[in-house]
Design a protein. Sequence first.
Length: 238
Amino acid sequence: MLQVHQLVAAYGKIEVLHSIDLHVKQGEIVSIIGSNGAGKSTTLKSILGELKPLSGTIEFLGESIVDCSVSEVIKKGIAIVPEGRQIFPNLTVWENLLMGGYMDYFRNKKEVIERAEEMLDLFPRLKERLKVKAGTLSGGEQQMVAVGRALMTRPKLLMLDEPTLGLAPNTSDHLFSIITDLNRKGLTILLVEQKAYRALEVSNRAYAIETGRIAVEGSSTDLLTNSYVKEVYLGQVS
């Protein structure tokens, strides 16, 4: 579904991704793990079109998207739940969900409203908070709004950037269960996550990124037993 080859990206003159290669097959959960500043979020920004790479190719469903704008990439079927959620704090929960379908709202308002109602079925806790300003919600509830808003575009590939950042352990566990449930329903997921062990538990394959380069890749089972990954990313010393 997604093929990234020899991706090089920079902020100004500072190169932060060095020839990244990764792929995501339809129906998979693929994780990218690594420390702060390793290049995880930059990889997602490059795929989304928010950051234009210096070189390399990015193909989605066999078509190059490297020169596409963010809105074009979203229309092609990729959505993102950004780091820090980035919901609209002064809009209600319902308004935030509708904003996720803004590209279709004036063309088919009824369909967009039906999608938003589907999000409430997926996240029942939000039903009671429809008219509440999103900025007053708990961190976990805000993340539900962010995921629901992204799903409003009916993506083929959902990218999540540090979805459990700042969440309590129980809330993080609930979010991981939502991620696996969405995948069971057929959604392909690319997950960037600092909680490496939990990410590897829910994913099919994973890439460990280190200072802008892929250090280790393979099945999540292999990475969970890899001595280097266990020591550097999981904090386990044999």
